[in-house]
Design a protein around this ligand. Sequence first.
Ligand code: ADP
Ligand code: MG
Length: 593
Amino acid sequence: EPPAEKFEYQAEVSRLMDLIVHSLYSNKEVFLRELISNASDALDKLRYLSVTEPGLLKDAVDLDIRIQADKDNGIITITDSGIGMTRQELVDCLGTIAQSGTAKFLKALKDSKEAGADNNLIGQFGVGFYSAFLVSDKVIVSSKSPKSDKQYVWEGEANASSYSIREETDTEKLLPRGTRLTLYLKRDDKGFAHPERVQKLVKNYSQFVSFPIYTWEEKGFTKEIEVDEDPSEAKKDGEDGKAEKKKKTKTVVEKYWDWELTNETKPIWLRTPKEVTTGEYNEFYKKTFNEYLDPLASSHFTTEGEVEFRSILFVPAVAPSGKDDIINPKTKNIKLYVKRVFISDDFDGELFPRYLSFVKGVVDSNDLPLNVSREILQESRIVRIMRKRLVRKAFDMILGISMSENREDYEKFWENFGKHLKIGCIEDRENHKRIAPLLRFFSSQSEEEMISLDEYVENMKPEQKDIYFIASDNLTSARNTPFLEKLVEKEFEVLFLVEPIDEVAIQNLKSYKEKNFVDISKEDLDLGDKNEEKEKEIKQEFAQTCDWIKKRLGEKVASVQISSRLSTSPCVLVSGKFGWSANMERLMRAQSM
Ligand code: ADP
Ligand code: MG
């Protein structure tokens, strides 16, 4: 028998193991969710690879997950018929941290300075495979990859700094393909090894796994058996003493063990939207995207016609941390399935423009080929149509939040993703009509609560033609600008554009509901109250004064003019009609430094 070889854990894994083993985390039951999700991932990988390599399925084993709970010995085994792991993969996957969930956990742990935060973080992020050690003293992973003709066994113990790997030699334990985990539960956690307990956890945590999960349970059926009748009874019954009633039937329960299907395998997106509760959507979202907050909104729909697909989209409650999420569209936020087979979540703007890359969801199409490649996706007319529909649905969903009775929902959305929509104004002319009603700004008449462009238009004075704005670097200076004077006097509302991107976004929109956006800091501001006669008169009267001032200022200004736009201030510096606004100049200067 080949000897077992010992390996040291990577330092991060040791740290993680230490944390897990010594954590006071009370919600230990998440271990089952993590291990089932690994089994499901392994089955997904196999199914995906088998599309191009049908030979992988030659063992003809069903794609499923089987869980056995041995309550007498406190042992749980979880077996999947997925892709399995080679010897090297056992080392790479179960001795180092390469994957996202656990890495995220460690990062969050580093970021959080609160004591005891680790306990909550375990639940929020999940610690993947290592969560087995929340409840186990010892874990054995026996795995057979189709890439290798041998099966290998990984064995690790809580509180140890190393693990071992050996070849599986016990022929009874050989698997045709896949992985079997055996958990030897800690004394206090042996209670998990009850079939009913496991079934409850599966129903609770893993209802969205799309492979059947079977649990090994004791069943019984009733059976009629014939028994000899009590002789004294026979006498009583048989009055004439005949021997006919010597036998009698009796009902007994016959016990046996068998597999019981424990989950609903129909993916949630295939169900009728009316029959799915908000709670189910939220759970699905959290499980699928590793989130711990409910989404702000969801939208479940089927499209028909040219291209048919089903989808559920979500708007997250928070923006991902890190500033580069806007520029980086590779968020893995959209999972594409073809005929229920998971294909990819590795997109780069094919299904959503980058400014909408915060939208999460699943898309399942019957019209794409199963072996769809990156190149096919980029070229595909079907994908283009899908993209158009998805974008529209995403906007409907966001509009839904904006119309919600709960104003806070949209405030939250705007705080997280307002900037994304403003980028949309710049990058997606085609959808201006959809983006514009979703924008929010402070204004001269609403400095506390942001208003929509619709609210602005509704609030316009009958004689007012344009939508006025002033760009500035903060609310205070916007409020105090002399440009406002005349407009305040006339009770014309002015939008305060205080984010650097606002002005560019508005310039791209140009107009809303046929009303132009007008920068009140530019020359030639026409408030619709021009008295040409009088202006001409005054201009003539002050022509010499203007010339004199221009001479004094020289190159510092382009021109000096008489204007009717002020009411209390004597003069103001304005930008040329065609040049940059003062705010833009400030931004450009800041950028070139
Ligand atoms: P994650 O699932 O986020 O990648 P885990 O810690 O849960 O992280 O698992 C680590 C890795 O171990 C997985 O990425 C996978 O490659 C491998 N693995 C775990 N369980 C299985 C399994 N049942 N079958 C095949 N590979 C597995
Ligand atoms: Mg995992």
